[in-house]
Design a binder for this molecule. Structure first.
Ligand SMILES: NC(=O)CC[C@H](N)C(=O)O
Length: 229
C-alpha cells in the first residue's frame, strides 16, 4: 500500500504524517508537492496540518485551488482513502469534498492540548481498529476548529452516520461536539485532532496509531492481501 503526504507552502505537519506512516505501519510513503498533477500511484492521500498559504483569506481557502487538489477530487471519486488532518480538514471542506466549514474557536484563542474523543463511527476505513464509542486521546492544535454546518447538513451527517469523532469536552465550540466527519461513502475523512502526533506512548498517547493500522487493514481487506502484521 502506498501513501502520499501532500505538502503545501506552509504545511507543518507533513513530516509528522510521514513519520507516523513509517513508524505505525511501515508502508511506503512519499511527500507530494502541491503542484503535482498525478496521484495515480497512491492508495491513500494524507492532507496534513499547518498554515498553508499563511491561512490568508481563510484556512484552506487558497490551497483548495492548488493543482494537486484536482487529483485529490479524482482519487476521492475513485474511492481511494483521503484523510485531512486539521488544516487538511479545512482544505477538504473548502474543496467541497466534505460538507461544512471550520470557523474561529469560540475562545478566539489557538488551542493546543490533548483532547478526549469518542469514536462514534468505527465503520470507516480510518476507524475500524477502534471499538464503537471508545474513548481515545488525541491532541489538537488549531485556531479555527469550530465546525459548523446548516441544520439540513447536520441532519444528513447524523442520518448517514458521517460523524466519526466527537469531543468529550468541546474545546472550540464545534456544532454537536463534532471533531471529525466523513463523506457519505466513508472514504474521505476530515478531523481537527492530530492522530499523527499520537502514535507512541512517549508522545502521550498511541491512540492515533490505530487510524493508520485501520487504513492498512481496510486496504488489505479490499485488495485481498494477508492481514495486518
Ligand atoms: N495545526 C493546524 O493544522 C492548524 C490549522 C490552522 N492553521 C488553524 O490554526 O486552525
Amino acid at each position: 500500500m502506498k501513501f502520499a503526504v501532500l505538502v503545501f507552502p506552509g504545511s507543518n505537519c507533513d513530516i509528522d504524517c510521514y513519520k507516523a506512516v513509517e513508524e505505525a505501519i511501515g508502508e511506503p510513503v512519499d511527500y507530494v508537492w502541491h503542484t503535482a498533477t498525478d496521484l495515480s500511484a497512491y492508495d491513500c492521500i494524507l492532507v496534513p496540518g499547518g498554515f498553508s498559504y499563511g491561512d490568508y483569506l481563510r484556512c484552506g481557502a487558497i490551497s483548495r485551488f492548488a493543482p494537486v487538489m484536482n487529483e485529490v477530487s479524482k482519487a476521492a471519486a475513485e474511492g481511494k482513502y483521503i484523510l485531512g488532518i486539521c488544516n487538511g480538514f479545512q482544505i477538504l471542506t473548502e474543496a467541497g469534498l466534505l460538507p461544512g466549514a471550520l470557523m474561529r474557536n469560540t475562545s478566539m484563542k489557538f488551542r493546543c492540548h490533548d483532547t478526549a474523543l469518542q469514536v462514534v463511527n468505527n465503520q470507516t476505513p480510518f476507524t475500524n481498529d477502534f471499538d464503537l464509542n471508545e474513548e481515545i486521546v488525541i491532541p489538537i492544535a488549531h485556531g479555527e476548529g469550530n465546525y459548523y454546518c446548516d441544520e439540513e447538513t447536520l441532519k444528513q451527517l447524523q442520518q448517514n452516520n458521517q460523524i466519526v469523532f466527537k469531543y468529550k469536552d468541546n474545546p472550540n465550540g464545534s456544532l454537536a461536539d463534532i471533531a471529525g466527519i466523513c463523506n457519505e461513502r466513508g472514504n474521505v475523512v476530515g478531523m481537527m485532532p492530530h492522530p499523527e502526533r499520537a502514535v507512541n506512548d512517549l508522545l502521550g498517547s498511541a491512540d492515533g496509531k490505530r487510524m493508520f493500522t485501520s487504513i492498512l487493514k481496510a486496504w488489505r481487506d479490499t485488495h485481498g492481501t494477508a492481514s495486518v502484521r
